[in-house]
Design a protein around this ligand. Structure first.
Ligand code: SAM
Length: 266
């Protein structure tokens, strides 16, 4: 018997990178439970691997009450929970049923209910112009194919709607060694030109990393205007991250994360 996700797509009909990332995130989900639990209890959002406060990054629009929002690659859905608490009608979509199992448990624990869909953010089962706001923190923006998920986000947003995403910086993708658990160095280890899809030798997942020029052209082609690009710096009080791919010393000198803020114009 074929099992399908919430968009009615069976595993065999998914693009190869989506199939691989589904298997990878079903495997990794248990390692993200504690972080998800802690983030669900945060009343004030903090972002990325250094926990930079919302007051510094301004990821969320101020007027979310009554707005329709979607989180693309919601994982344990703490970002969706922050949106729901600010009065948004939020939907989370994620490719991993195991991640969503944690999200559903935390919804029950916190008494917060919103739709959680199992599916691919490159093909979301909602009509055109359903949302005012779309967000992704290391979700679809890192693990889905930008040529597919960016136009899909544009389709889902109403004119004037905003898309905000936070992902690894392109610079860090160039400086990270292939060996698992080794942090980014101060050397460029791979060519920038031609980088798009990135697979690490010891890792089952598939990531996507675009140069700034490639992001700008894709976003504009998809109907977005760019409002901001923030190169994220750890806060003064940041001490450590549990992620081995970068050190605090590196992240204080170069951006290891970047935030894109764009608005749908057409
Ligand atoms: C690092 S988590 C980020 C989510 C959230 N910020 C968190 O930390 O729980 C990455 C998530 O992206 C999801 N993901 C990967 N590819 C996806 C796709 N094509 N569509 C929807 N979700 C996807 C994974 O299943 C995973 O839950």
């Amino acid at each position: 018997m074929l099992t399908t996700d919430n968009s009615g797509t069976s595993m065999s009909d998914l693009p190869e990178h989506v199939r691989r990332n589904r298997a990878a995130w079903d495997l990794w989900a248990s390692e993200y439970e504690d972080e998800g639990e802690a983030a669900w209890t945060n009343q004030t959002p903090t972002w990325g691997i250094w926990g930079v406060p919302e007051s510094e990054l301004g990821m969320l629009p101020e007027d979310l009450a009554g707005k329709d929002a979607i989180e693309l690659g919601c994982g344990t859905a703490y970002v969706s929970a922050w949106l729901a608490r600010r009065g948004a009608r939020v939907v989370g979509i994620d490719n991993s049923e195991a991640q969503l199992a944690t999200a559903r448990r935390l919804q029950r624990q916190h008494g917060l209910d919103f739709p959680l869909l199992h599916g691919n953010a490159e093909a979301v089962p909602y009509p055109d112009a359903s949302f005012d706001f779309a967000i992704s923190e290391y979700g679809a923006c890192l693990w889905a194919d930008p040529q597919r998920w960016v136009p899909e986000a544009a389709r889902l947003l109403r004119p004037g709607g905003r898309l905000v995403f936070l992902t690894n910086s392109f610079l860090m993708a160039l400086c990270t060694p292939e060996e698992d658990g080794v942090a980014a160095t101060d050397r460029l280890l791979r060519p920038a030109f031609g980088l798009y899809r990135l697979e690490w030798p010891d890792d089952p997942g598939v990531e996507f990393h675009l140069s700034h020029g490639d992001w700008i052209r894709l976003l504009r082609r998809s109907g977005f205007e760019i409002e901001d690009l923030i190169e994220v710096r750890p806060t003064e009080t940041a001490t450590t991250t549990r992620y081995a791919f970068v050190t605090l010393d590196w992240a204080k000198q170069w951006p290891c994360e970047e935030v894109w803020k764009v608005r749908r114009i057409t």
